[in-house]
Design a binder for this molecule. Structure first.
Ligand code: SF4
Length: 453
């Protein structure tokens, strides 16, 4: 039997899809294109605009493939599945499975059953009481590569005013530390050199009633101590919950990369309060100061929302001021849009679209300057690049000319600061999954060019 997965949204969804693929391969399924699939799985996201429409349009696209294969069907998972649930069955009869994030663990078994019982439909959208542990699905499936992601918790308790996640992923449920550590060890044994710990708010790991008493700082130390692991990262980090021990870890754990994504969202205390973020600029800046004291070269990234209901020009200017103060190396910035069911959607004073669009352009122009500055600062330095694969742009040329250029090849990866690096290596041979020492020659708009040392 064949399967095809289409993934929308965040890294947690990508990680869920990756697990689903491995679990299906373990059960004897083969990954294919949608035209040959017996089951097409859409792993959906409702964080961005018009998520349902995107899913409906994708279902329309894959229907023609499913129609041509007797018994083939679609499965819809993730946040939109959680919201619409069994509603998919009426509107799209070829959808025979819906599953929320807590139902992912049972999806492979449900798919097997649905292939046997063609009149059946299954809905797995109930939230579970504890973290729904999944079987490791690593025995015969392909190794995940040099970088791996490990989910340490599910859901979120914060109810930020604009965010749908607590409704689609449920309340926070921490995973047992022993299970996290076992998965990390296993991945390192299989060849992973970098692990990224994932959660909606990793800093509150262990603080919910499902925690086993292990704090996030303790978990970090446990993972960092695994033999053979070169790099450790984590995301996402809520500023209100970051502990002093986690800040200190950046100065103490050699494997913990000097990069942190710390969502600010707004530089205005008034808007932060309306967003329900439960920190103010003074607290945020004190975290930045302590992080830089612990690890002076730490690279900081952030998320920013413009045009939150009630945001004035003065509020927006404070966001720009905050960016100038912190000088983020990177940011993901978004124009606010209502998510039905959230508190912010009910706020009466909306920012006109053209005003929000203009603010977003100004913010992104400012960010481009800081990003360029940070990349230019790297030129002339020696760095370690964990290679993820061939360089996208230059690979066909360079690889095609490999013989004529004495076997030089170009590879793409990241340095410890999370910069994208394209590195030209003198010798041929696959460098994927290895760490290459490289000298930075040039800064591009969003990446670095380097040559192997
Ligand atoms: S911390 Fe806030 S923004 Fe992040 S997932 Fe939770 S509710 Fe959403």
């Amino acid at each position: 039997m064949n399967f095809h997965i289409v993934t929308f949204g965040c890294q947690m969804n990508a990680n869920d899809s990756d697990w689903l693929a491995r679990a299906l391969i373990e059960r004897g399924f083969t990954p294919t294109g949608p035209e040959d699939a017996d089951v097409v799985i859409l792993n959906t996201c409702s964080v961005r605009e018009k998520p349902e429409l995107k899913v409906y349009s994708e279902l329309g696209r894959i229907k023609r493939f499913l129609d041509e294969r007797p018994g083939a069907f679609a499965a819809v998972g993730g946040c939109v599945a959680q919201q619409i649930g069994a509603g998919f069955f009426g509107r799209f009869p070829f959808v025979r499975l819906v599953f929320g994030t807590d139902g992912t663990a049972h999806a492979p078994r449900a798919i097997e059953r649905l292939l046997q019982e063609r009149d059946l439909r299954i809905s797995l959208i109930d939230f579970t009481a504890a973290y729904p542990e999944r079987d490791p699905a690593l025995d015969t499936a392909p190794a995940p590569g040099a970088q791996a992601f490990v989910t340490i918790m599910q859901g979120c308790d914060n109810y930020c005013a604009y965010c749908i996640v607590p409704y689609t992923r449920g309340r926070q449920k921490s995973r047992a530390a022993a299970a996290v550590l076992a998965e990390c060890r296993r991945l390192v044994e299989l060849g992973a050199r970098q692990i990224t710990l994932l959660g909606q708010n990793v800093n509150s790991y262990g603080l919910d009633k499902h925690g086993d008493g292990t704090t996030f700082a303790e978990l970090l130390r446990g993972v960092a101590a695994i033999d053979g692991l070169d790099r450790l990262r984590f995301t996402t980090s809520h500023p209100k919950d970051i502990a002093d021990e986690v800040i200190a870890a950046f100065g103490e754990l050699p494997t913990l990369c000097p990069h942190l994504h710390l969502p600010l969202q707004s530089g205005s205390d008034r808007i932060l309060k309306a967003m329900g973020r439960r920190y103010d600029m003074a607290r945020y800046l004190s975290i930045v100061e302590r992080l830089r004291a612990a690890r002076p070269d730490i690279a900081l990234g952030t998320d920013l929302i413009v045009g939150f209901p009630g945001e004035t020009d003065a509020d927006f200017e404070q966001t720009l001021d905050a960016m100038r103060t912190v000088r983020f190396e990177s940011s993901f910035s978004f124009r606010y849009s209502d998510r039905p069911g959230t508190r912010a959607a009910r706020l009466p004073v909306k920012v006109p679209e053209e005003v929000a669009a203009d603010r977003l352009l100004r913010l992104q122009a400012l960010q481009d300057g800081f990003t360029s500055e940070a990349l230019a600062h790297m030129v002339g330095r020696d760095i370690a690049v964990l290679v993820e694969g061939p360089s996208k742009k230059s690979a066909p040329n360079i690889h095609g000319r490999a013989a004529a250029t004495g076997g030089a090849t170009s590879w793409r990866g990241h340095d410890p600061y999370n910069h994208v690096v394209n590195v030209v290596c003198a010798a041929s041979g696959d460098r994927t999954g290895t760490t290459v020492r490289a000298h930075v020659r040039e800064a591009k708009k969003h990446s670095l060019l380097a040559t192997e040392r």
